[in-house]
Design a protein around this ligand. Structure first.
Ligand code: FES
Length: 162
């Protein structure tokens, strides 16, 4: 990865992104839709992607940046292969979200919003995932719920995901 991610490193990705943008050329109202497709294709939204989208839709880079930083769905940094969402809703918080976060930090060395250097996990904080009876809980990849967690259980759970 280059330092600023201002320029793409793969010409095929640039062409692929151009194909995504083309049907929406000059349509600024399609911004969120285009960004979602771009993120699905590239994996995240580095600066060169935002520049290309801005040019295609006829928007300023500031306008793009305003949207990409407003919505938690968009990521400006590379994401890991697995998304680890730690619940910080009220029930989980009371029952030990802090311990879960410590367990993750001790196991793989990341804080919320960070990705492991090997791109295996990205961790995020989320609000109630609808499993309050299992608090404190995490959900992996949006589907696997692990509950009633103690920090000591975290390494074993993470070992399920390569
Ligand atoms: S508060 Fe965590 S699952 Fe509801």
């Amino acid at each position: 990865m280059n330092g600023c991610e201002c320029t793409p490193t793969d010409a095929a990705l640039v062409k692929g992104l151009a194909r995504i943008i083309e049907p929406y050329r000059g349509q600024p109202n399609s911004l969120i839709q285009v960004l979602a497709k771009a993120q699905e294709y590239i994996g995240y939204l580095p600066k060169w992607v935002q520049v290309q989208v801005a040019e295609g839709l006829g928007l300023s880079l500031q306008e793009i940046y305003g949207v990409t930083t407003f919505y938690a769905f968009f990521s400006l940094i590379p994401r890991g292969r697995h998304k680890l969402s730690v619940c910080a809703g009220t029930a989980c918080y009371v029952k030990g979200t802090k311990n879960v976060l410590k367990g993750v930090r001790d196991a793989i060395g990341i804080k919320p919003g960070q990705t492991t250097p090997d791109s295996r996990f990205t961790m995020e904080i989320v609000r109630c995932i609808g499993a309050c009876g299992l608090a404190p809980a995490v959900i992996v990849n949006g589907k696997d719920v692990h509950g009633r967690l103690e920090a000591e259980q975290i390494p074993e759970i993470l070992s399920l995901y390569e």
